[in-house]
Design a protein around this ligand. Structure first.
Ligand code: 0X9
Ligand code: ZN
Length: 436
């Protein structure tokens, strides 16, 4: 589907009932005096995405499994999607032009999906045809993926529904001026409860991480008195930030379903390589066109800086960074093979989360250290743990492989159940152990 000139772009969420702003394009917005101001000439800064540019069809893009290291596959310019856990192989997206490069590279590869085009088109058509989500706490919210504006609206509905328990957390603005917003949820009472932060969507295309974070916030926000979740809210304070990378998320809806980074200068920075522990090390790149481009310096991006400020604002006990895909629970370290000082504790928490997940829908999530999957430097998990002693985890949600980032909507709610089960297991183990 191509956006018609003069009509709202199909992906901006403007058909959703809004509490927040409608962003009619990817232009740079700033909030001054409480209202949004479009900065003229901003489209150049925003890169290729404009309100009227047609979404990329991804026709002819194939998914391949290459018998090689992530670094070798990255060097060919392919978009690495996930990694084999048992064997050194990489699943990557390859365009028709890149396929020729791959053919002459001498690397062994197998085609898993010859053409992503139909899947991308089907998802787009479905979202365009879907009825607009209703306001309030309409349960239909989880029937499909939701735009950035619909997510912001939903957070507003949570606050409106339980103002005694839920309040907004403002972390600042993204590069293009969108809200970096979360919610704080706790029961009235003591002010010094340990804080648990759950955040999603550092990576734009990982849409299920947005649904899962909103769902977790909502289950806690609306928990009835005396339930397990309510009792936990007497003991901890929960901060939930569903979209850590709003500009990338909007770009992924409007223009390129497989966009990963933020929108810095059009090429973007991988936020999860932009943090200040092991910045510049293995599994990150200094090449702006790389999918793991680390940026000019640690915290060069407003989005990572906002998360830094959040984590430094309080004594956080636990951090969960939701991603997709692969069905994995990763604990520190990400950047080095060395065991972390808390390896046994962190890996046992990861195992507990995996067990709690399995108990919901029988799905297996594999616990392991980040590095044993592949090295990644400058990650949020390593920084939160390494600098602030936060028990930090990455959960790679569904699917295990298959459809990759485009997870069928029927799997949204079950995956949300899994994310919540993991958070609950962590929260409870923390309450019970009382060790941080
Ligand atoms: O590479 C990342 O940033 C994360 N995976 S994703 O496929 N969602 O991009 C995981 C980082 C966790 N650390 C390691 N795997 N080392
Ligand atoms: Zn990710």
């Amino acid at each position: 589907m191509i956006a018609r000139a003069g009509s709202p772009p199909p992906w901006d969420g403007s058909r959703d009932r809004e509490v927040g702003r409608v962003l009619p394009s990817e232009g740079v917005y700033v909030r001054r005096l409480g209202f949004p101001v479009l900065v003229l000439g901003s489209l150049a800064l925003a890169g290729v995405g404009t309100a009227t540019a047609a979404p990329l069809a991804h026709h002819g893009d194939a998914i391949v499994r290459v018998q090689a290291s992530p670094a070798e596959v990255e060097a060919l310019g392919l978009d690495v999607w996930t990694h084999g856990t048992a064997e050194p192989s990489v699943v990557a997206r390859v365009t028709l032009e890149q396929r020729a490069l791959l053919d002459v590279s001498g690397l062994d590869y197998r085609v898993l999906d010859p053409d992503l085009g139909p899947r991308v088109a089907a998802e787009r058509a479905r979202l365009l045809a879907a009825p607009p989500v209703q306001g309030g706490l309409d349960p239909g919210f989880y029937d499909d993926y939701r735009s950035f504006d619909a997510v912001i609206s939903r957070l507003g509905a949570l606050v409106a529904n339980r103002p005694d328990r839920v309040s907004h957390v403002e972390l600042g603005l993204s590069l293009q001026g969108r809200f970096l917003r979360g919610v704080r949820i706790t029961n009235p009472g003591a002010a010094d409860r340990p804080v648990v932060v759950v955040q999603g969507c550092q990576h734009a295309r990982e849409w299920i991480s947005v649904a899962a974070t909103v769902f977790a916030a909502e289950q806690f926000a609306t928990a009835a008195e005396g339930t397990e979740l309510d009792v936990l809210l007497d003991q901890v304070e929960l901060v939930v930030v569903p979209v850590a990378n709003p500009d990338g998320y909007v770009h992924s809806w409007q223009r390129d379903r497989y966009w990963r980074k933020n929108r810095r200068d059009g090429h973007g920075v991988d936020l999860n390589r932009n943090f200040g522990v092991a910045f510049g090390g293995a599994g990150s790149s200094g090449n702006p066109s790389s999918q793991v481009y680390r940026g000019a310096a640690p915290f060069s991006e407003p989005e990572s800086e906002a998360l830094q400020r959040l984590i430094e604002s309080r004594r956080f006990a636990i951090h969960v960074d939701l991603h997709s895909y692969g069905q994995l629970i990763l604990h520190p370290w990400s950047h080095t093979r060395e065991r972390s000082r808390d390896h046994r504790h962190l890996s046992s928490l990861a195992v507990r989360m995996a067990e709690a997940i399995a108990a919901t829908h029988g799905e297996r999530y594999r616990p392991m250290s980040g590095e044993s999957l592949y090295p990644a430097s400058g990650t949020l998990m390593d920084w939160a743990y390494g600098t602030h002693g936060v028990a930090s985890f990455v959960i790679e949600l569904r699917p295990r492989g298959g459809t990759g980032f485009v997870l069928p909507p029927a799997q949204i709610l079950p995956t949300c159940d899994e994310g919540l089960a993991a958070v609950l297991a962590l929260g409870e183990s923390h309450g019970a152990a009382g060790d941080r």
